[in-house]
Design a protein around this ligand. Structure first.
Ligand code: DHB
Length: 310
């Protein structure tokens, strides 16, 4: 049974889209929901009002399957659009509603609206968008992160998680985990893209995306080792009540399996979903099932967190 739970939410499959990919329009959201191999869907991170995002080209697939770079700049249809979608949708699959305000006040306003609404799903507070010019990734500022969560939990009682950027230092794993453990979070989603990488076209010696002089968030195989380290480090430090969504570098069932070994409950697919399309979920689930059979595991719970050290 390749299933999982977060609080009272049951997921019949552990895979879903990573926020930003195949989730900006109702048609795209419907496509992810309709797949027989997704356990949930996450909406494009919403801002209070519609945004066009950064100038194009703003997404690029790096040759030789290394990964992707993007600087979308939070193009989204606005909070009300996603709120209408989730209010009207008849589905038994859990929905994650992602919010990414450009200020603390924007985040608090959207979370108040979600709290006061009939929305029955989970909420993901994105503290890690690297692509809005002039706006640093919130979760690299530990003090601000703690302050936002403190204010949020004065009124918010629905199941809330945070989307984190990758950390690269053991002291930072300790610091972010100490903060997150102070709050009744339902889950943590790690990682967002590795922010502000640079990719250069080998023929023309130019950058490959237009915004921010070519700097953008890196995804795909290039980030897998960082993603696994973040899933593992956080699983070792967070309260067991906080579930982990592993995101980053998943292109095969083996990659999903490694996220599980590191402690992931659910696993998201970003770059490879953009590249391969909706059928990626069927392929990944079947590849994962084959690996589990081969390893002699009958349930995911037996494999979860079972990474061995030497
Ligand atoms: C965008 C990118 C992110 O990594 C994110 O978390 C939110 C938004 C973007 O560029 O649209």
């Amino acid at each position: 049974q390749l299933t999982a739970n977060i609080q009272n939410y049951h997921f019949d499959h552990i895979l879903l889209n990573a926020a930003g990919v195949m989730c900006q329009t109702t048609t795209e959201l419907d496509t992810v929901l309709a797949s027989d191999y997704t356990g949930a869907v996450v909406t494009k991170s919403a801002t209070p009002t519609l945004r066009e995002g950064n100038p194009e080209p703003r997404y690029f697939e790096i040759p030789n399957h290394l990964g992707t770079i993007n600087s979308m700049g939070l193009p989204n249809a606005g909070f009300d659009y996603y709120m209408s979608y989730v209010s009207e949708k008849q589905t038994t699959k859990p929905i994650f509603f992602s919010v990414a305000g450009l200020s603390k006040q924007d985040n608090l306003d959207m979370l108040h609206q979600l709290q006061d609404s009939d929305f029955k799903g989970l909420i993901e507070l994105n503290l890690s968008c690297p692509n809005v010019p002039g706006k640093p990734q919130t979760a690299y500022d530990f003090e601000t992160t703690e302050q936002i969560l403190s204010e949020v939990f004065t009124f918010f009682t629905k199941p809330l998680g945070v989307k984190l950027p990758p950390y690269f230092d053991i002291a930072h794993f300790d610091m972010i985990a100490d903060i997150l453990n102070k709050f009744p979070l339902a889950f943590v989603n790690t990682i967002n893209s590795i922010g502000n990488g640079l990719v250069i076209d080998e023929v023309t010696d130019t950058v490959v995306i237009k915004p921010k002089s070519g700097f953008g968030g890196i995804g795909g195989p290039l980030v897998k080792a960082t993603a696994l380290a973040n899933v593992r480090a956080l699983r070792q430090r967070l309260n067991s009540s906080i579930k982990i969504i592993g995101t980053g570098g998943v292109t095969t069932g083996r990659d999903v399996y490694e996220h599980i070994l590191c402690g992931a409950d659910l696993v998201e697919v970003g770059s490879q979903l953009a590249i391969e399309g909706i059928d990626v979920f069927e392929r990944l689930e079947k590849e994962l099932a084959d690996i589990l059979t081969e390893k002699g595991y009958t349930t995911l719970d037996d494999a979860r967190g079972q990474l061995k050290t030497i």
